[in-house]
Design a protein around this ligand. Sequence first.
Ligand SMILES: Cc1cc2nc3c(=O)[nH]c(=O)nc-3n(C[C@H](O)[C@H](O)[C@H](O)COP(=O)(O)OP(=O)(O)OC[C@H]3O[C@@H](n4cnc5c(N)ncnc54)[C@H](O)[C@@H]3O)c2cc1C
Length: 288
Amino acid sequence: MSVLAPDTLEDVLTHLGERPEALVLSGGTDVMAEINMAHRQAPADVVALRRVRELARWRQAPAAGDVPGTVAIGAALPYALMERPPLRDQLPALAEAARTVGSPQIRAAGTLGGNLGTASPAGDALPVLYALDAIVHLRSADGQRDVPVAEFVTGVKQNVLSPGELITAVTLPVRRGWQGFAKLGVRNAMVIATASACLAVDRDRGTVGLALGAVAPTVVRCRGAEEWLAGETDLTADRLDVSDALAREFGRRAATEARPIDDHRSTAVYRTHAVGVLSGRLLRRAAR
Ligand SMILES: Cc1cc2nc3c(=O)[nH]c(=O)nc-3n(C[C@H](O)[C@H](O)[C@H](O)COP(=O)(O)OP(=O)(O)OC[C@H]3O[C@@H](n4cnc5c(N)ncnc54)[C@H](O)[C@@H]3O)c2cc1C
């Protein structure tokens, strides 16, 4: 096995241009588990991102006029830095999701690039990226492209990455309004989601984004429930006016947009019920 650990992004891209089949290794928390469990063959050629500092940074773009600012997170920034200030203050839902990933050891190594590369519908960062309409930035030796997250993931563990292409960063908007993430699993820690949800209020536009994880081949945006809610309550308000009945109905509508299956982690019926409850709870939290 050849393992290259370049210091710069340009060297990673040059190597991937010459060896497009090389495996990109970021935190290795998915890759090494797959190799150890014989779900993936040990690759002949590996490019490790660990030393590339520009991929492990985040930066806040200044707001232009009234347009809200954005945060660009390097693909190799570990979850451990997303769950803490100052990044937590900009993207609270991402911080909540990051805090639920694995254990401290996994969060010290695991990254958004890896969650997107694996593209599991149960990946905890993904509902946050969907609810906030994140943009995924890709580069290769031949050029670059920016892809909305909902177009990046194409199916269960499938995405639009071409051989030799690298995820360099993810851009997320910094929104005025409550946002949060909720996850259900068979225990309280070190668990892959049975169902998950992210709710993000945009007070400037008077809208919400609601995305559900682990209840369809890809994360689901609940456009129907989002539009219904915007017609029922003033989402620009300082304090949202949400009755129990409204939260329950929001959850019920969200659940109808899920397309879950029975598998070794849960049943479709339970998952449908669970995302309804999670969505209703998130809305109640948003109104506190
Ligand atoms: C014990 C344990 C617990 C876990 N718990 C959770 C959990 O609670 N929630 C959760 O969501 N996940 C969990 N995971 C899975 C894993 O930690 C996450 O999916 C993590 O985000 C993977 O990131 P990584 O950097 O380690 O990816 P890697 O393992 O390095 O890579 C994963 C895939 O993405 C590709 N890739 C990585 N970076 C890039 C890039 N920049 N450009 C292109 N392709 C890239 C790789 O080639 C590979 O195909 C767990 C894993 C373990 C072992």
